[in-house]
Design a protein around this ligand. Structure first.
Ligand SMILES: [Zn+2]
Length: 291
């Protein structure tokens, strides 16, 4: 045996080492400790993927769209898709923090480049009529504006105030479905809807600081609204109450939203006066042009 061993030493030793290694690896793989660790890693990977998928679906309003693809391509081209993601996250937190704060809450900028965290809800909402509410901090100013208008013999009402993220998502998806029903492709329907309905996460209505007001005699949300006596009065006087017409005519390139002669945003009396005097959009006022 000894002789045999010595004779075949060079073959037996590596073979034995190999077998031993295999047994060792087998034991490690079978050990509960390792299996637990492995299971944890697999879990984490899946969760991250699910989160990523959910958030990209959420920002797209549940539809796949040309814009998102374009964004990703841009990110890939500039090689910083990671940074882009975390920047958006920071902006979202900043917006929510700003709105929840005490000082400059009324100056929060919410648009496609500055989305608002989906989880944000105003700390306090005030019901201004049977079916609409706004952030309590703007309720007095809004009601005073509506009452003063009414005292002038004007007849108007709020058709949209605070909107939850979920409701905005529903509105957006309805818009896409409707346009696809009219024969547009999904990508076309998405970008056409995005011109008219804020992409979920980018609507000022989620902040509770914006309202849509229409003339009782003309309730269409189109440019005809601008010709009503009610809108003419609002456009002239809203700044006195701390409001601005948020998406004025000819500013789509800057705001990303078409002319909306019914959407008013509270920014506070001082800022509303300055914005009106300077005849600029909120983006320009804050030095945050989209382009
Ligand atoms: Zn609106």
């Amino acid at each position: 045996m000894k002789l045999f061993y010595r004779k075949h030493y060079r073959i037996i030793k590596p073979a034995a080492t190999g077998v031993l290694s295999l047994i060792l690896v087998g034991l490690i793989l079978l050990s509960p400790e390792f299996q637990r660790l492995f299971a944890k890693t697999a879990d984490a990977a899946q969760t991250e993927e699910t989160v990523a998928q959910t958030s990209s679906e959420a920002s797209a309003g549940g539809v796949s769209d040309a814009d998102q693809t374009a964004d990703s391509a841009e990110d890939a081209a500039s090689g910083d898709s990671g940074t882009a993601g975390s920047e958006t996250e920071t902006v979202q937190q900043d917006n929510a923090q700003m709105l929840a704060g005490e000082d400059s809450w009324m100056l929060a900028l919410i648009n496609r480049d500055h989305p608002l965290d989906a989880s944000y809800t105003p700390a306090s909402l005030t019901q201004i009529d049977d079916s609409h509410s706004v952030d309590s901090r703007i309720a007095d100013a809004l009601l005073k504006m509506l009452n003063d208008a009414s005292a002038q013999g004007l007849d108007m009402y709020v058709i949209s105030g605070y909107r939850s993220y979920d409701y905005q998502t529903q509105l957006f998806n309805d818009g896409v479905s409707q346009r696809m029903g009219q024969g547009l492709t999904e990508a076309e329907a998405y970008s056409e809807t995005a011109r008219n309905v804020a992409v979920p996460g980018t609507s000022e209505h989620a902040s509770g600081l914006a309202v849509d007001i229409v003339s009782a005699g003309y309730t269409q949300l189109d440019e005809g609204q601008a010709r009503t006596a009610e809108q003419q009065w609002l456009m002239e006087h809203c700044w006195e109450y701390g409001f601005i017409l948020r998406y004025p005519e000819g500013t789509e390139e800057i705001t990303g939203i078409v002319y909306e002669p019914w959407h008013y945003r509270y920014v506070g009396a001082e800022t509303a006066k300055e914005i009106t005097e300077q005849n600029v959009t909120l983006e320009e006022y804050l030095g945050q042009n989209r382009s």
